[in-house]
Design a protein around this ligand. Structure first.
Ligand code: CP
Length: 308
């Protein structure tokens, strides 16, 4: 197969395992390219891409922008905080104004679940979801799975635990869909109040004891507590959360095996993970960031091809 089954990347739920395999094999090629002395390819010359960020980002925004530049695309950036959105302009009007400037592809992060899907029905451009509320963050899941595959050689049959604030996490949902499509066994672990009510319908194992989750898994993907999405208190205190769900070196060393440690960032050092663990040889956090550029290059390259 040489083409994706979708025209937009709105979520991992909508794509096939064969799409993920194609993205990974294309990302492998781009990873080799961006490690050469001349890192750019002309693949998206004459393609204009708009990065629309209605919510803060460091990694995803920089990673998309670098990926676009490595592909020789023309890039325009939009941040809601410095735009006319604050004057009352609607999402569709904002985007239509940008598209009037002949934009081919839109990479959008938005605080509302479904915003990318809504946009894909309103405009002709190709839409890539860079995170929509607590719904999906598809390129994060792809780069996470790519990084696991790179380290372990295969994902099929691996035990992967996603630990922390599952309720508010778009990374968790996209990772669950992606890892299951690739044949992994997925567990979620966190305080009962931070596990969504629908979790049992997703076919994942559910665990509330961190030690048991770590003993079961080959890979632990640690998530931060998303205080910005919490309007009520979900646990008594941060101190208690750290005692029960914070990953530290003594706990890691007490396991009878070496597991991989992942984190999508931004990290709250000393909360969900200590600095020692984040910087340990078992951590692949910076490999995830590095792989993000190649994976996003692959997604944009393949979607641009699907449109032609
Ligand atoms: N992982 C991630 O989405 O990080 P940013 O919020 O910094 O983009």
């Amino acid at each position: 197969m040489s083409a994706l089954s979708v025209r937009h990347l709105l979520g991992i739920k909508e794509i096939q395992a064969s799409d993920i395999d194609l993205i990974f094999s294309t990302a492998n090629t781009f990873k080799e390219v961006i490690n050469r002395p001349i890192k750019k390819t002309p693949s998206l010359r004459d393609t204009t891409i708009a990065n629309l960020f209605f919510e803060n980002s460091t990694r995803t925004k920089l990673s998309f922008e670098l990926a676009e530049k490595r592909l020789s695309a023309d890039v325009i950036n939009f941040a809601a905080s410095s735009s006319s959105v604050s004057k009352g302009e609607t999402l569709t009007d904002t985007v239509n104004n940008i598209l009037a400037m002949k934009v081919d592809m839109v990479v959008m992060r938005h605080p509302y679940a479904g915003a990318a899907k809504f946009l894909s029905r309103q405009v002709k451009a190709t839409i890539i979801n860079a995170g929509d509320g607590a719904h999906e963050h598809p390129t994060q899941a792809l780069l996470d799975a790519f990084s696991i595959h790179e380290k372990l050689g295969s994902i099929k049959g691996c035990n992967i635990a996603i630990i922390g604030d599952i309720l508010h996490s778009r990374v968790a949902l996209s990772n669950i869909f992606c890892l299951q499509k690739l044949g992994a066994n997925v567990m979620v672990c966190g305080p009962p109040t931070l596990l969504p009510k629908y979790i049992n319908e997703l076919g994942v194992r559910v665990e509330t004891n961190l030690k048991k989750a770590l003993e079961w898994c080959d890979v632990a993907n640690m998530l931060r507590i998303q205080l910005e999405r919490q309007d009520i208190k979900y646990f008594p205190s941060l101190r208690e959360y750290i005692m029960l769900y914070g990953l530290n070196m003594p706990m890691l060393e007490s396991l009878k095996k070496e597991i991989l440690i992942m984190h999508p960032g931004p990290i709250n050092r000393g909360v969900e993970i200590t600095s020692e663990v984040a910087d340990s040889h078992q951590s692949i956090i910076l490999n995830q960031v590095e792989n993000g550029v190649a994976v996003r290059m692959a997604v944009m390259y393949l979607l641009a091809g699907a449109k032609q």
